[in-house]
Design a protein around this ligand. Structure first.
Ligand code: ACO
Length: 478
């Protein structure tokens, strides 16, 4: 519904009257106040007894402030999950601000919560409206509650919860070949807890169990397979030989290759024993994805595999490609990367507006790479249903003022959310720059165009990155 933020002074009467109005307008209305002090609890009890609405809170008294200081992300995550749970139980949830929050400014935290829940903010206070604008939140007055403007916030925490919810819709099995890496085992134990995916870990069973006990995690329910010493070795070697003999692979070499954990993991996916593979915490990108390029191959009508990243900024998510695979894409490759990236973004719930990036917007600059992007853009525009434009500079793609002056007729300029870079250099440098300097969470690379999901990790990956990539892979496999 929306997030209601009230003034302290006359706020209590205002809140009471407002809830009374809402109660008449909305069937099965409930109130959610993320945190309530003792006085707040009395108020909620009053709304229940006098107005007959159900009320809920999550934290009481100082708990909220303590939880926020201990782990901000976990604090917001709990609030989002509680809100989602309430949405299952009631038709309408009216979220209300709280004031008591230790010594910290409760207003800012309330505004942040409105972003995490993607709710419009209603308030009659001019001061609160002015303050909200400083963090890009446009507020409306209480009387406008029936005419809410579109709200489009997606925070990194909300996006990760969305991934987990999507993965749980149809549970898939992911292979993790790097069972000797602590980060993989830690991620596996968290994924097991979440019940969002099933896992197969490659490596020696006893060594994995020993490491799990050292790390104080429970991996008892995980299936492990040891390449080179498994029931599948012969079947996989024969299948690999059959798939690659035309390329000169001999049976003996296939038997050796199967001992390589990335080849073995890829065969598990290729032959349907698992749905996806996530590797690369210890191996290079080339070693991780080469078996997939050779065996799993590309989808029909896709000539080139590419890799994209969801770039989770403070309150929105963008998609960058190709940041991982093709060093020097041709215009045909770029047009295909544009189409397949739009499809990936759409599969994860975004309406794709694709910008073909360059150092030139429309006809402002010239040069061979601008010409290549122009050509790629013409090819992409011919693809049915693809909302694409370019060449354009990054500022023109995201900023209304620049877009109006440089490409006033473009529907994509200022509204882009999928960004296609002219080559691997530009894309890879740019995603890392945004990740490191704009404090964005980069989720990927998501390999697109393969027949089955095989995804690569960076060697500097964190446990959280492995979890995200496994969830993404599970969703791709659905
Ligand atoms: N799409 C589809 N198939 C491909 C692609 C592609 N983009 N590239 C290669 N292939 C296929 C080939 O057709 C070939 O198939 P075949 O043997 O059946 O004929 C097979 O893959 C092997 O091809 P090679 O040319 O031998 O490829 P190679 O293994 O040398 O390299 C690779 C392919 C690994 C993708 C290479 O292009 C590469 O290293 N790219 C850059 C990766 C990288 O370093 N990225 C940056 C870091 S990642 C990060 O920061 C997130």
């Amino acid at each position: 519904m929306f997030y209601y933020i009230r003034n302290d002074k006359d706020g209590l009467n205002e809140a009471y009257e407002f809830i009374k109005t809402l109660k008449n307008d909305y069937e099965d209305l409930a109130i959610f106040q993320p945190s309530a002090c003792a006085l707040g609890c009395d108020r909620l009890a009053e709304y229940e007894s006098k107005l007959g609405v159900k009320t809920y809170y999550l934290f009481k008294d100082d708990e909220a402030c303590k939880a926020y200081l201990e782990d901000e992300n976990e604090f917001f995550k709990k609030i989002i999950l509680k809100y989602q749970e309430l949405l299952q139980e009631h038709k309408h949830i009216f979220v209300m601000n709280f004031n008591a929050f230790g010594v910290i400014d409760a207003l800012l935290v309330n505004l942040q919560i409105s972003k995490h829940l993607n709710l419009n903010v209603l308030t009659n206070s001019t001061t609160i409206s002015q303050y909200a604008q400083k963090i890009n939140i446009k507020t409306q007055s209480l009387s406008e509650y029936k005419n809410l403007k579109e709200s489009n916030f997606l925070t990194p925490i909300a996006f990760k919860i969305k991934l987990e919810n999507l993965a749980k819709k149809d549970i898939k099995t992911i292979v993790l070949p790097e069972g000797d890496d602590d980060r993989i085992l830690l991620a596996a134990s968290k994924l097991l807890e979440s019940k969002a995916v099933k896992l197969i870990i490659l490596g020696n069973n006893q060594e994995i169990a020993k490491k799990a006990s050292e790390l104080d995690i429970n991996l008892d329910d995980i299936r492990t397979i040891n390449p080179g010493n498994s029931q599948y070795d012969e079947e996989f070697a024969n299948a690999l030989y059959e798939a690659r003999k035309a390329k000169g692979l001999e049976l003996q070499k296939a038997k050796e290759l199967i001992k390589d954990r990335n080849y073995f993991g890829t065969m598990l996916v290729h032959l349907g024993y698992a749905d996806a593979m996530v590797s690369g915490a210890a191996c290079t990108t080339a070693d991780t994805i080469r078996p997939a390029l050779q065996i799993v191959k590309t989808k029909p009508n896709v000539s080139s595999v590419s890799g994209g990243f969801f770039m989770c900024l403070e309150d929105r998510v963008l998609y960058f490609a190709d940041c991982a695979v093709t060093p020097n894409p041709s215009p045909e490759n770029l047009a295909q990367i544009a189409k397949i990236s739009a499809d990936t973004a759409q599969n994860f719930g975004f309406k794709a507006n694709v910008a073909m990036l360059s150092y030139s917007s429309a006809n402002s600059g010239s040069g061979p790479s601008v010409d290549a992007t122009k050509q790629a853009c013409e090819l992409a525009k011919a693809i049915d249903g693809l909302n694409v434009d370019g060449p354009m500079q990054f500022d023109c793609a995201v900023d209304l003022k620049t877009a109006k002056s440089k490409m006033p007729d473009s529907k994509v300029a200022a509204n882009a959310n999928v960004f296609i870079f002219p080559d691997l250099n530009a894309a890879n440098i740019c995603y890392k720059a945004v990740q490191r300097c704009a404090n964005a969470v980069a989720i990927g690379p998501i390999l697109q165009g393969l027949n089955k999901p095989i995804n690569d990790l960076s060697r500097g990956c964190l446990v959280e990155d492995i979890i995200n990539t496994c969830l993404i892979s599970a969703i791709q496999a659905q």
